[in-house]
Design a protein around this ligand. Structure first.
Ligand code: C5P
Length: 225
């Protein structure tokens, strides 16, 4: 809609899990469904944004055909796609649950069962939000997520600074309605100068609207400078 501060803005969203090959038939991944990023993509598009959704393996898709979906499988592929889109983006929202590590030398043949122990050597994946945070200009707005198994305020503040986010959305797995595969979420927002009250339990599309309201407020701040 023309009255939205997101109207005609370019928005990059990373979403879903990544999948890291162990051999041709097996992989390392996680329980991310991509729902949060898909909800953000649909609502940003409804507010007039041009949305690029870099989406790891999931069967879910946005309902708005105007969202440009770039399907990827691995963290390295997600990094490449996100880096390309980032150059043209006004806003980047990092919801993806990127695998922190990948098998260092994926086997070309299926690994056979042998001894009682099998050792896999893992190597760190790129931190997509961290790397793009270093390239961020003063006109670009970055939003991150943190999922913690404790209250996690300290680590959320650490990530806000180290990844150069404008604000971060903290999910605590302590909250029974939050997290993976759920349709509801309860979060706390952190920015450099503010920590919000914990939100009530919200549906993911209600939370997406709240997040985008904060993005719009931030756009108005940066445009006023
Ligand atoms: O460090 P941690 O994984 O908790 O940080 C979470 C935030 O960083 C999320 O916004 C996530 O999408 C992003 N991230 C990323 N690339 C990674 C790891 C996390 O973009 N390799």
């Amino acid at each position: 809609s023309p009255s939205s501060s997101l109207n005609e803005k370019s928005v990059l969203i990373t979403a879903g899990p990544t999948r890291e090959a162990i051999d041709p038939v097996r992989y390392i991944s996680n329980h991310s469904s991509g729902k949060m990023g898909i909800a953000l993509a649909d609502i940003a598009a409804a507010r007039g944004a041009r949305v690029t959704l870099v989406l790891g393996p999931t069967n879910l898709r946005p309902s708005d055909p105007a969202v440009q979906v770039m399907p990827v499988t691995t963290a390295l592929e997600m990094y490449e796609a996100a880096e390309t889109a980032h150059a043209q983006s006004d806003v980047a929202i990092f919801t993806a649950a990127v695998a922190d590590y990948r098998p260092e030398n994926p086997s070309l043949a299926k690994i056979k069962k042998k001894e009682a122990h099998l050792h896999l050597s893992l190597i760190k994946n790129p931190d997509i939000a961290g790397a793009l945070g270093k390239k961020k200009t003063t006109r670009q707005i970055h939003v991150g997520f943190a999922l913690e198994t404790d209250e996690g305020y300290r680590s959320a503040e650490g990530k806000l600074a180290s990844k150069n986010f404008d604000f971060i959305v903290l999910n605590s797995l302590l909250d029974p309605e939050a997290g993976f595969q759920k349709d509801t979420n309860q979060v706390t927002f952190f920015s450099g100068n503010e920590k919000s009250e914990k939100t009530p339990v919200l549906k993911k599309d209600e939370l997406a609207s709240l997040i985008l309201d904060r993005v719009e407020a931030r756009i108005r701040e940066t445009e006023a400078d």
